[in-house]
Ligand binder design. Structure first.
Ligand code: CA
Length: 408
């Protein structure tokens, strides 16, 4: 807690005492809530048994278990503001992270190359995921996977069955001797080890590469590399076919073509006037790709290959997948993007999207309801409005758009 003590006079000090007493009362376990948690955890036994956990191990793992307060805090926090993708990328693909990635590539080159050959997955992408997930193992989270999963299974807002499965799987992993339960470090959301696998993903994809019989993504870097490569391989990675290309779109382009369900061959994109930002030809013109410009038509545009969606299987967010792909390219010597981001813009908050939807609807551009989410109908409404007022109809929900809508 921050101390601002020296300036505090007597009345404030008294208030501090009152506050301290109140906080102590809050911190003390309230019997009803504690019982509810204990009862909830106990009720997970059938799920654990089904996952192959023994009664003795279930009892040992759950004895005295309490909810993880930080997990509770984070799961109940609904983020209102959306970070612009360029700010996210500034941190995710910082010069420091690129430099460390290059050091790690030099240090683990032979292991990475062996893993890459065995699983047919590009080594720099495995490295980039490691960099993104835990800054190359420098921060794996200070939570415990069993405790975090139990908290989410009993107190989470949603998907309690999913978290129950994670809880049971985590106990089973420790039971099988891969890592002691006390060392099963995870994020607040039970993502574990160097490359942040949730317990059921660990069960499906973790690999023992160093041959000690343990699939140890906490303490063995070769195991962590192989596990990530195996995950990407099983998700359909196309070896040596990269994730996508930065492209420039022509003026008067039909922006409704920027849709991840509208794939076409790179050669067809060329016919529509789309070219690579660096001016080079496509290595494989027949590859299927979709067009994405995550910061609107005023920012960099990309043609995304199937590997982009494979990265999204690891974490289903365009910003994440773009960061992984870009970090991988930077590690092996690539430069920054050729086009710049519209840093004078910012994405709209949920409340602002609702306001935008109301304003669009009122002006005769129906958004199919006011739900704070930019779906296909809202994008269509934005495009129609942009066309009407003579703006580039990219369907991007930006701060400028909202200011414009408020004014007219
Ligand atoms: Ca191992």
């Amino acid at each position: 807690m921050m101390v601002e003590g020296s300036a505090i006079g007597r009345p404030a000090a008294r208030l501090m005492v009152v506050l301290a007493v109140a906080l102590a009362a809050l911190a003390a376990p309230r019997p009803a809530a504690a019982d509810a948690f204990t009862n909830c955890v106990a009720s997970k036994w059938p799920a654990a048994r089904k996952a192959g956990v023994t009664r003795a191990n279930f009892d040992a793992a759950t004895r005295g278990l309490t909810p993880d307060p930080k997990t509770l805090e984070l799961v109940n926090k609904q983020s209102e503001f959306v970070k612009p993708i360029w700010e996210y990328l500034d941190t995710a693909v910082s010069d420091q992270r690129v430099a460390t990635g290059r050091e790690m590539l030099a240090k683990y080159r032979s292991t990475l190359n062996e893993v890459a050959r065995r699983y047919q997955v590009d080594p720099e992408v495995v490295l980039a995921i490691w960099g993104m997930e835990t800054s190359y193992g420098s921060y794996m989270g200070d939570h415990n996977a069993v405790r975090a999963a139990a908290t989410l299974a009993c107190n989470g807002r949603s998907r309690r069955d999913f978290w129950t499965a994670q809880f049971a799987a985590a106990i089973k992993i420790a039971q099988d001797g891969h890592v002691p339960l006390s060392e099963m470090n995870s994020s607040w959301g039970a993502a574990m080890g160097h490359t942040q696998f949730i317990p059921t993903s660990w069960q499906a994809y973790a690999a023992d590469y160093d041959g000690d019989g343990k699939r140890d993504i906490w303490r063995s870097i070769p195991d962590a590399f192989a596990s990530t490569a195996n995950y990407l391989d099983k998700a359909g990675w196309n070896y040596q076919e990269t994730w996508g290309y930065e492209v420039v779109i022509p003026k008067n382009f039909d922006h409704s073509l920027a849709d991840n369900k509208r794939k076409r061959a790179l050669s067809e994109w060329s016919r529509l006037g789309v070219r690579r930002a660096n001016g080079k030809d496509w290595p494989r013109p027949g590859d299927q790709a979709y067009l994405l410009y995550p910061g609107g038509a005023n920012g960099p545009a990309f043609l995304m290959l199937p590997n982009f969606d494979v990265i999204k299987r690891y974490n289903n967010a365009d910003a994440y997948a773009l960061a992984v792909g870009h970090l991988a390219d930077r590690i092996i010597g690539g430069g920054g993007f050729d086009q710049s981001w519209p840093r004078n813009e910012r994405p709209l908050s949920r409340t602002e999207v609702e306001e935008m939807q109301s304003l669009l609807t009122r002006r005769g551009f129906p958004t199919g309801g006011v739900d704070g989410k930019v779906g296909p109908m809202t994008r269509e409404a934005i495009r129609a409005y942009q066309k009407k007022v003579g703006k580039v109809p990219d369907g991007f929900a930006s701060s400028t758009l909202l200011v414009d809508l408020r004014r007219h």
